[in-house]
Design a protein around this ligand. Sequence first.
Ligand SMILES: [Zn+2]
Length: 334
Amino acid sequence: MPGLLSTLRAQPTAVDTLRRAIATDRVHHAYLFDGPDGVGKERAAFGLAQALVCERRLAGDSEACGECRSCARALPRAGEARPVHPDVVVLERGLYDPATIGRRSPETQDLSIDQVRTLVLARAAFPPYEGRAKIFILRRAEDLSQAAANALLKTLEEPGPRTHFVLLSSVADSLLPTIRSRTQRVRFAALPDGVVAELLAGQAGMTAEQAASIALLAGGSMATALHLGDPEASARRDEFVSRAMAAVTARGLEAGLALAEEAKKVGKEASMVHVETLAAAFGALARTTASNDDRAADVAVTRYAIALAAVRQLDANASTQLALEAMFIRLRAV
Ligand SMILES: [Zn+2]
């Protein structure tokens, strides 16, 4: 089995940076992995951790062996949120039972100072349990409470020997400047649609065609693709499209307004995907009617453009309900 780093797809810059650091024994003590969700940040973090704790990696190797006991224990097992290796520690809001981190209530708001104290500060002065290296991986580092972030600053700047931090965030610019300035940023890009389609077909057991059409909507994120590929999400999308199609040709505007109001509850992210799917449906309609009904094809093309414009508005942070209301009014006027 290869080391986890070598299984990362379509992130050559990030992987090269990490491999070089590992091979030259210059792994930074605090990284900030910056990029969208579902593009491999977490895989890279565990790959780095694996290389640092591997028992068989020789000087100059840029990769974990992937086979030794430490390599196996450095990665979370399928379905588990954290690995069993005592030197690979994951921090995440809500990951731990409150009692184990000295709290009475669950961490609903943020990654608390209690978690940072128990998992990081209490151990910072000690060498790694198994001698090689100690790695703290912070999922969604933007969840750090202000107190937790401040408590981390000193350790982040001068961690003990062979101690490393990897902060993961899809909104890295929202982290405190004091945190950002103490970390080395490694950027992760959105994945190409082809890579998403390929990974999705392999993981979710769908046909290549289904995977390709979902990949087009996933914005380069495997997390989004897997969510879109989920049968329930896909049923909700199909329902939105058929109701929206009916609302466009209905007598009154009520059905469209009702969908716009529901969209507010569904949320912006999901609504953007719904409207993108609607746009795709108009696009498909334009293609199928083009050969025998020019007028119908023109109408479908115009509606396709209107739906896409609504997606752009949502992306530019327009109100979900207002954007959908305006879209239905325009769609019906064609
Ligand atoms: Zn190993």
